[in-house]
Design a protein around this ligand. Sequence first.
Ligand SMILES: [Zn+2]
Length: 410
Amino acid sequence: MQLIGADFLLICDEKFEILKNAGILFDKEQILEIGEYNELVKKSPQNTQYYKQSVITPALCNLHLHLEFAQNKGILNFGNFGRWLDSIIVNRDLLMSGNLEKEMQKDIKHLLQSGIGFVGAISSYGYDLEILAHSPLRVLYFNEVIGSKAEMVEALYQNTLMRLNASREFASERFFPALAIHSPYSVHPMLFSEILTLTKQENLPLSIHFLESYEEREWLEHKRGYFRDFFKKFFHTTMQPFYSIEAFLDSFKELQPYFVHCLQANKDELQKIKNLGGRLISCPKSNRLLNNTLLDLSLCQEVGISPIFATDGKSSNDTLSLLDELRVALYAYKGYDLEELAKILLLGVTYYAGKSCNIKIGSLQAGYKPDFAVFKVEAREQIALSLLLQAKTAEALYIAGEEINLRGDM
Ligand SMILES: [Zn+2]
């Protein structure tokens, strides 16, 4: 049994409760008790550590990233979704070769150093499997499915099964195999229905990029625009959209998937996602870089959705740090009360991210996983805001009750 404490403890529950001079009593399995540090010391833990001028939060959860795009630096084209997607197709082989493994290792180290203990990794190829499985991170590992050609459906399905089974070899308390459907514009209906059946049968978490761009909406709704030319240019074929927006959403009954981005979703569609029990993940920096848009938080509030925040991959970001992500969001969502916005953002990478999966994580309460991040913060009031303004890296990180070495070689 160990005890850590700090000047402030952010419980990260719906009320955003904050405790002062507080501590967490824990073992490797779970948080045993939360309370005043001086009282918990009396319970004779084997190890005690008090972090002065610091804030403890649950370890942060970055539930949408693409580690396999770790090598993008100045290669992909930002500022317009169509130009970006073109540049992905053209540079995909380049991005997947070279020193990919080394760059992915660096990114994992950086994730940990920025206080992240839990990731949702979208894997296109499986190159990130062993690196993630052997890292200290907790991982939701989404084997992603993509493919629009009918003649390829069976081969792609078999490939998905193979990758899913490979990821199952690593299944544990820290590593959770899952599936991802790339998007409504890129997955053939036969493949889509096979993956939905598999998801249901195996009871797996599911993630989908949904209505990220104006171009996607224009294609699904009006069968025109960028995507009509895209299929001609890269696949030498004339295509029709596979689904209407409504029919696509209706396919996810009983699945409660993660819908990522939803920038172009209107109120009715968000309501539908809410009614499905779906989760919404927003990646503000990626959204600015590719689509010059941010998720409408007030619309989410109206339908009762609490967004989860994530970074997306380096394919559309410069870092995988949630501290950077939330700091940018803090400046970008003008018009909100600063402290209230800071709380919404923090709960989107702790409480609501944790609540979305069947793991007791993302909140500092008895019975939850002993995963915490400690940040150096000088503050008397406006603790959430001060944290987002001051914290660039974590002072300490605990996953499964063990302190992670954030310096040197890991
Ligand atoms: Zn993504």
